[in-house]
Design a protein around this ligand. Sequence first.
Ligand SMILES: Nc1ncnc2c1ncn2[C@@H]1O[C@H](COP(=O)(O)OP(=O)(O)OP(=O)(O)O)[C@@H](O)[C@H]1O
Ligand SMILES: [Mg+2]
Length: 281
Amino acid sequence: MIEQKDDVNEFMFEDLDSGAFLTNSKNNGSPDLIISTNNLTLGFGQKTVLSDISLSVPRGTITALIGPSGSGKTTFLRSLNRMNDDVKGYRRTGDVLFNSESIWRPDIDLLALRRKVGMLFQRANPFPMSIEQNVVAGVRAHRIAKKSQLREIARMRLEEVGLWHAVEGRLHDSPFRLSGGQQQLLCLARVLAIGPDVLLLDEPTSALDPVSIEAVENLIVSLSPAITFIVVTHNLAQARRISHNTAFFFEGQLKEYGPTKKLFEDASQPETQQYVSGRMG
Ligand SMILES: Nc1ncnc2c1ncn2[C@@H]1O[C@H](COP(=O)(O)OP(=O)(O)OP(=O)(O)O)[C@@H](O)[C@H]1O
Ligand SMILES: [Mg+2]
């Protein structure tokens, strides 16, 4: 069962004109906003992929990114922890603030940023090591726990994602015999183990069966507001079920952004209306 956390929405948007403050205004450091992009324009070589995106994500919320194929959702998501920086031809103007500080400031610790702003991909990508070792792989790489604590951390995180009973008898087996849904939950356990404040999810359930989809959605809802989620999805019903705010991307632009209910029921832009009503691919 997924409970929409309307209380968060109400708290965030009371007196705030339907969330209009979320976009089109530069943010210079409100503590309520965990991530803000300010006029982010990004391209690869000649191609401009994102144009002038200003979008602020309130701490503790779930934000859905929707839009047609090629509209720039993945590129946007990947720019929030600087995963595009090494792509050939990459160029950028504008900024991204995490906790009010630029993620491109010269003294930033990139590993620490990626620990705090973690990512889960469309296809589960367990590492070629045991199930237990998978869960603690990030913990070990970041050296954030003692060796003697690793077993307990693995158990705790597997319980948290609801996998413990399925895998407790085969912790030392390969993860590749798990189902697709279980593998995705394992990857979620791995990223949770390093203690992210923000999780970026790129179509995390698109390869999963309905039961696994529900498990992942329930988990996202239950982990918020401690973790802020930004979720790319083509599943509009999913966006409606779990997100507080939705951003609609169209041809590299942020066409519309606001409370999910408003965007789906009373969109202000014709393109948004077409997309959310299924009249645009
Ligand atoms: N490295 C790159 N070099 C050139 N163009 C790129 C590169 N990466 C992405 N693009 C282009 O940027 C545009 C946006 O791609 P992106 O993957 O962000 O879209 P998307 O909204 O995530 O689409 P989908 O829903 O299909 O996943 C596309 O036209 C894509 O071809
Ligand atoms: Mg994509």
